[in-house]
Ligand binder design. Structure first.
Ligand SMILES: [Fe+2]
Ligand SMILES: [Fe+2]
Length: 202
């Protein structure tokens, strides 16, 4: 198993939520009204799972792995996309709060930033999987111990525990079921005190 396999697994769950967000944003534009509860669920997932868990580990791994590549630094571009997504997420959060306060135009503003967020992250995920990750994984057969420390086997590492992980997948699946989006499959749960769990995404 390559270290980036964990990140690729996580991409599938992230895409699931992005597909839900797209439908949420379409409805928000059409009805000029935002589903506040589901917007909060999506924002919480993006803040915690994407920007609080996936991206920090990915950046730490890429920074470490790129040390052994002497050419240009493609991770800079990846990091730039992360910052752009973060800015759009902040605007979505502000728009959702404005919507709750009854401000006109809030739903449309949420939709605008949600679409921008989705466009950047979907393309970004594709770039990582098609170009960036293979280049890094091709450079050597065995990842260094420092890299393994960031993305250890098997699958997700602490500090995200099984309870937290189950919360994220449940939130993602609640959204998927509401918006008729297919659920991601095959994502492994983190190792917990009771040993390796089988699957968190059913
Ligand atoms: Fe990334
Ligand atoms: Fe990623």
């Amino acid at each position: 198993m390559k270290p980036t396999d964990t990140l690729v697994d996580e991409h599938r769950l992230i895409e699931q939520v992005l597909n839900c967000l797209e439908r949420m944003a379409e409805r928000a534009s059409r009805r000029a009204e935002l589903d506040a509860r589901r917007a909060d669920d999506a924002i919480a997932f993006l803040k915690t799972f994407v920007h609080g868990w996936h991206i920090p580990r990915e950046e730490a791994y890429l920074s470490q792995a790129m040390v052994s590549l002497s050419e240009s630094r493609p991770e800079d571009l990846a990091f730039h996309d992360h910052r752009r997504c973060c800015a759009h997420l902040g605007e979505m959060e502000l728009a959702a709060a404005a919507g709750r306060a009854g401000e006109s135009g809030a739903a449309e503003r949420f939709a605008e930033h949600a679409h921008a967020y989705i466009a950047v992250l979907m393309k970004h995920i594709e770039d990582e999987e098609v170009r960036l990750f293979p280049r890094i994984e091709d450079r050597q057969t065995e990842p260094s111990p420092a890299e393994r420390a960031i993305l250890p086997e098997p699958s997700l590492a602490q500090p995200m525990d099984r309870g937290q992980f189950a919360l994220y997948t449940k939130a993602a699946n609640r959204l998927a079921d509401h918006y008729n989006v297919p659920r991601a499959r095959g994502l492994a749960m983190p190792v917990g005190p009771a040993g390796r769990a089988k699957s968190a995404v059913s």
